[in-house]
Design a protein around this ligand. Sequence first.
Ligand code: NAD
Length: 481
Amino acid sequence: MLKIKNYINGQLVEPQAGRYLDNVEPATGKVYSHVPDSEPSDVERAVVAAEQAFPSWSAMPAEERSQRMLKIADLIEARIDEFAKAETVDNGKPLALARAVDIPRAVKNFRFFATSILHSHSESHVTGGTAINYTLRQPRGIAGLISPWNLPLYLFSWKVAPAMATGNTTVAKPSEVTPMTAYMLSEICCEAGLPPGVLNVVHGLGAKVGAAITAHPKIMTISFTGGTVTGREVAKAAAPLFKKVSLEMGGKNPNIVFADADMDQALDNSVRAAFANQGQICLCGSRIFVEKSAFDSFVERFIRATKALKVGDPLEKGSDQGSLVSKAQFEKVGNYVNLAAEEGGEILCGGAPPPPVNDRCKDGYFFQPTAIVGLGTDCRVNQEEIFGPVATITPFETEDEVIDYANGTTYGLSASVWTQNLNRAHRFGERIDSGTIWVNCWLLRDLRVPFGGMKQSGLGREGGDEALRFFTEPKNVCIQT
Ligand code: NAD
């Protein structure tokens, strides 16, 4: 059985203590590989390698760093089918999704940041005829990068690429639940001739490896994506050392449908926003609000479309929904559906695992896409992030009322508004407290825009110039003229 290795100082290496964790294929419930159960001492080795690599990598002309990163992108692209299959086996997501979204986006992340460093610029300020100031943006040193399991390579590369592009060296930890494509990326880095120590990948548990990264005094930049509870731990560890921290955390995103919306478009996309990747995207629109006059027909059509989604073997063509990522996630979703019933919700479709999708997957962690009505907006199911294929649908009558609902959680990651009224679209853009507000769309991403969350969804922003700024230290040089 395959043993995944750490990638430290340009070498694929075993964890020092020789311990491994089981890596499960969630669609079958069976262990199919082993992932290093690394220790803080493995992180220490990675830090030493990153420290040694920093002077030459940070001094390398941007064009050369760029070429090396473009080579990595080309090599992933050349193995795109292999990467997509690995992501599906590791995560449970439909192969078509991994092939169309996850892996192409990882390629794009490398290309985007490899080329953005060729076009970036910094500011200069002339001070009333007496001085000229310019801003140097220099790499900060070793960046610690921690990512989750829902979009494994997509989000891992979203951190690795800007950190490396700006001249930092890195110690990165993918989720222990989905380590495979980060391991394959390590192999690609060896093949691409990336200088040893620029990217170090240490696999293992968050409480050991993640915590060792966030606590390490030589890792003064931390970029984290994951749950809000974990984000709080990361912030606590980083605070005493005044580390620069970016936190991308959970969401409970509203999807607001007005009666004047293009209803076909609103419907198709509300279903997609609720259930894409089995509802395991931080941006999923899990709280659907529909204007009262359109509520009954929307619910009827939403249920019909949801029932038509095929839950199947993620490796088979035609499966719209694969399995949840793990047993823990499967149990969590089931518990929230039970809670919804206790809280007075009416489960209109789904609400349970499907019958076995085939023999291969009979022990997999599948759950039917589930729609619930009749819940109050303050109940736990409407307040807490479930991160699974569960959506609630609630009617509203006025703009003020739905703005209160939209803003009425501790989260503030994203929102969608469906309306043909342009003025209303602008009003909602201003009044919703979230990092992204999509109007008549969902998950339409331009890599140049600021990406992140407000309130307990995030601290700081990723993407475009925001990422280049996060991974660099601005220094003012003031020259008297
Ligand atoms: P998680 O918080 O359990 O784990 C995320 C990462 O943190 C993993 O690599 C984990 O090993 C590590 N970790 C765990 N404990 C740690 C600790 N004490 N110190 C340092 N690192 C630690 O999250 P998850 O279950 O992997 O992912 C799901 C969550 O991620 C959801 O809440 C989802 O909304 C969020 N998410 C947010 C975004 C975003 O951009 N805002 C994107 C994707 C996922």
